[in-house]
Design a protein around this ligand. Structure first.
Ligand SMILES: [Zn+2]
Length: 703
């Protein structure tokens, strides 16, 4: 995802930076799923997740009333068995599987790290990169030597006119310097890949961290400045100099933040669509040579450009003119050090980065073991080389087929659902169905693997490798401009425990790492699988029709296909959900943001509804006895429990706060309870009375 401005969004869950071992600011946050045979009819894969079940009766707490708190009812048993580990900021079923996958990846990496002549080129790369990362003694010994040339380069800039080439160079090696530049599909014509310039350059997770006035936010900013100062001191600056430089960084970033759209505003694609061309954009930037920038970056020197946030670039232009060069250099030095924190840098830098981003901001108590962080790092850097080895071992072809069948069943349910909507006109229904049937289903792993042959990985050069990876990805991204869109490309690596929908591609993507227990199992029945993975598939499909996705047509163009009347009716229904989530206080003093989370909440409710409809169809076709008890529960009860059990998660208060403030997904408790209160079918399954907490007074419903 480095340098890329693709429209990929809506990861089913957000992989928590501190959890996956990324601790640097920029990286951590820059980088967000049919009917015929029964799933049980195809042989299941080897039990690689022993003991994990999609529906697990032993986790249910019968002392809790399911009509009062279904999340606690379904998950208390899991909570008791799974105390929050000290090295995690949140631990749930996703992390449970993620940790298991990470063990599998570790085995692959350890085998590849044995320097045998028989290794394939990809095995050499992943093996040597893992070995380099694990060799902390070598990393410590090298110290800052590998970035010395970059620090010197910043130091040598003598005037503002040399700045543009320097910024380009830093961006090429993955430094979050001022703004972002990369390829993206044209909003107006999704078949065309153009250059896109977006806001960037912040060290705190997002712009509101710079503007909020509550006591916690003020304290976080103070701690951030202290962190930047410590990093400068570790890099050799004297106390006073480091303090001055840290203040300069904060001043520059605050200006950039104030000119950046809020994360809620950024959810509206219209607010990010400002087509221009290189020449016009260049004229706007009177104090920054775009010509020098594109020349150094090997970016297109002419042609269509999307200037995503004009207000941001106007402020950037002013900032370059009126900020002393020494302060700009301090800002760039900080982002260089920040970009290469974590496992690439000596222990002192690594620990300091962890302390601020994971401990202070998100509450982690202990740094993750190095092997965990190195495994995640290789997955991030060389995901399709490692992923290829992973799917060969852990993802049999039958799994792909089973997921595809389920996806087709959910799509069929959505087709029926659209046909039956009482608020949508026949005209819009035709278009909606066209879009639904144009969705491309991508399951497991790419048809065509990424070619890493031009990337050099040197054993013993951890930081140098990371730099080469970033340069490789930067160039790979820019090479897409002007070429036909590659719809087969993936934005997540195959071992990832997550899924996503892409607005401009109109495709759903379900990585292999996710398609296993406790989310999906060939050994369990449809009630469990449709409640869990079925609702996830429905979730991703619904994204194509949420407040953001509905603005794109079947080909991924930002083009209105709704009648005015239907649009208004949709908006009224969506507004019900905005109000519903706005009232939720996630941590004392912090409410959920109904507008920020609207797309995900619509997808959660729509997805579960589609999973339910598809399962009912299958159950009826199979003449399933709806009163038969398994483990003491009817099939429909097990459907809802399986849905809820995927969300069992323990979260630290600091992390919960970060999530409530900046995550487009509601916290897991609400992804369970709030969604279910809107579904009378759920209340019926558990005979909940109208006044019960799990029954909304005025249920919301769009799809
Ligand atoms: Zn989503």
């Amino acid at each position: 995802m480095l340098g890329s401005l693709a429209s990929y969004r809506c990861g089913w869950i957000v992989l928590i930076a501190a959890q996956v071992g990324l601790v640097t600011g920029a990286l951590a946050f820059g980088q967000g799923l049919t009917p015929s045979t029964s799933p049980g009819a195809i042989p299941a894969r080897a039990p690689v997740t022993p003991g994990l079940r999609v529906f697990d009766a032993s986790l249910v707490d019968k002392t809790v009333d399911p009509c009062e708190n279904f999340y606690r009812y379904s998950c208390n048993g899991w909570f008791k068995r799974n105390p929050l580990p000290a090295d995690q900021v949140a631990y749930g079923r996703f992390t449970e599987l993620y940790e298991l996958n990470r063990q599998h990846l570790k085995e692959i990496l350890e085998a590849a790290a044995v320097p045998l002549d028989t290794r394939t080129p990809n095995e050499q790369k992943i093996g040597d990169e893992y070995a380099s990362c694990m060799d902390m003694a070598a990393v410590n010994k090298l110290g800052l030597t590998p970035v010395k040339a970059e620090l010197d380069r910043i130091d040598e800039v003598k005037n503002a006119s040399a700045l543009a080439a320097l910024v380009a160079h830093l961006q090429m090696i993955g430094v979050n310097a001022f703004f972002s530049m990369g390829s993206s599909q044209d909003y107006a014509d999704s078949s065309s890949v153009i250059t896109s310039y977006g806001s960037g350059g912040l060290g705190l997770p997002e712009r509101d961290y710079y503007t909020r006035t509550d006591a916690t936010s003020v304290e976080q900013r103070k701690q951030y400045v202290a962190h930047v100062k410590t990093m400068f001191k570790l890099a050799g600056e004297r106390d006073q100099e480091a303090g001055r430089d840290a203040d300069a960084v904060m001043a520059i970033e605050t200006r950039l933040a104030n000119a950046t759209l809020t994360i809620t505003e950024q959810r509206d694609p219209q607010s990010l669509n400002h087509p221009t061309d290189v020449a016009k954009f260049s004229k706007e930037l009177t104090h920054f040579s775009l010509g020098d920038f594109v020349a150094e970056a090997h970016a297109p020197t002419a042609g269509k450009v999307n200037e995503a946030e004009p207000k941001f670039f106007a402020e950037f232009n002013k900032l370059v003119a009126d900020t002393p060069l020494d302060e700009i250099k301090a800002y760039l030095r900080w982002h260089l050090l920040d970009a290469y924190g974590g496992t690439t840098m000596p222990e002192s830098f690594d620990h300091e980065s962890w302390n601020f981003y994971s401990h202070i901001l998100n509450g982690a108590q202990k740094q993750q073991e190095r092997w965990k962080r190195c495994t995640s790092r290789v997955d991030r850097e060389l995901g399709e080389a490692l992923g290829q080895a992973y799917v060969e071992k852990y993802f049999p072809p039958a799994e792909k087929q089973r997921t595809l069948e389920m996806t087709l069943a959910i799509e069929q349910a959505m087709d029926k659902d659209i046909a039956g909507l009482d608020w949508m006109s026949p005209e819009t229904k035709v278009k909606a169905k066209e879009k639904l049937h144009a969705v491309m289903n991508k399951i497991g792993y790419p048809d065509k693997w990424r070619d890493y042959s031009k990337l050099e990985i040197v054993r013993g050069d951890s930081l140098g490798n990371e730099m080469r990876v970033r340069e490789f990805e930067f160039a790979r991204d820019l090479a897409k401009i002007g070429k036909p869109v590659d719809k087969s490309e993936w934005q997540m690596s195959p071992p990832t425990v997550n899924a996503y929908y892409d607005d401009q591609m109109n495709n759903v993507n379900f990585p292999a790492g996710y398609l296993q227990p406790p989310f999906f199992s060939g050994n369990e029945d449809d009630a469990a699988n449709f409640g869990d993975m079925g609702s996830t598939i429905g979730h991703e499909l619904t994204h194509g029709f949420d407040d953001e996705g509905r603005q794109f047509d079947k080909d991924g163009n930002l083009k209105d296909w709704w009648t005015k009347d239907d649009e208004q009716k949709f908006t009224e229904r969506a507004e019900c959900m905005v109000m519903q989530y706005d009232t939720i206080e996630a941590v004392p003093g912090v409410h959920l943001n109904g507008k920020l989370t609207l797309g995900e909440n619509l997808a959660d409710l729509g997805g579960l509804w589609l999973g339910w409809l598809a399962w009912l169809d299958k159950a009826q076709a199979a003449h399933l006895d709806m009163n038969a008890l398994t483990d003491g529960y009817t099939p429909d009860q097990r459907f809802w429990i399986a849905y809820a059990q995927q969300w069992c998660t323990q979260t630290r208060p600091e992390q919960l706060r970060s999530q409530a403030e900046g995550d487009p997904h509601a916290p897991d408790e609400y992804r369970t309870n709030t969604v279910l209160t809107d579904l009378p079918e759920f209340a019926k399954s558990f005979s909940c009375k109208r006044a019960a907490a799990m029954v909304a007074e005025k249920p919301c419903r769009v799809w």
